[in-house]
Design a protein around this ligand. Structure first.
Ligand SMILES: [Fe+2]
Ligand SMILES: [Fe+2]
Length: 163
């Protein structure tokens, strides 16, 4: 196992929403488990990571949708791009080319801290401002009016790609 292919949970990953933090801890554990897996088990563990990532992203997207954030917001796009590549890597591994799994893990190790510290951090702040409780997936004081559902900042300038 090399440092380049693993992530270590640290305070920087604590975003202050218990469900998000728990999901992110599981994601990191599965990234590290994929790296640590023996060659004959690697694809199966990678598929666990892929299934978890589908759920992880769907969870955040469900919360964004509940808050009225439109589906063309860049956070959705970044999730889609990552999942597309992850699924292609699974297809290739199933076709007998498992080497791409290692490259995918390296890319995720580089990508995840940036995503967590920008888009997921912005989302957690936004959900807290809107009074959205991720444990129950309900609003503490009722859903905000549509006019209040301003899109959270992703940290990118308008017109610049976020993916
Ligand atoms: Fe996330
Ligand atoms: Fe996200």
């Amino acid at each position: 196992m090399t440092a380049a292919n693993t992530l270590s949970w640290n305070d920087a990953f604590v975003l202050g929403d218990a469900r998000t933090d728990h999901t992110h801890q599981e994601f990191i554990d599965l990234v590290n488990a994929t790296t640590a897996a023996a060659p004959e088990k690697k694809l199966a563990v990678y598929q666990e990571l892929l299934a978890h990532t589908v759920e992880h992203f769907a969870q955040e997207e469900r919360w964004m949708t509940a808050c009225g954030i439109p589906a063309d917001f860049c956070h959705f796009g970044q999730h889609n791009s990552v999942l597309e590549v992850m699924k292609e890597v699974e297809r290739r591994a199933l076709a007998g080319e498992p080497a791409y799994i290692g490259s995918m893990i390296e890319a995720l190790v580089e990508w995840f801290p940036m995503h967590a510290s920008s888009m997921d951090t912005g989302l957690v702040t936004y959900l807290q401002e809107k009074g959205f409780d991720t444990a129950t997936e309900t609003f503490k004081d009722g859903a905000p009016a549509a006019t209040e559902a301003a899109v959270p900042s992703c940290g990118h300038e308008p017109g610049h790609s976020c993916t």
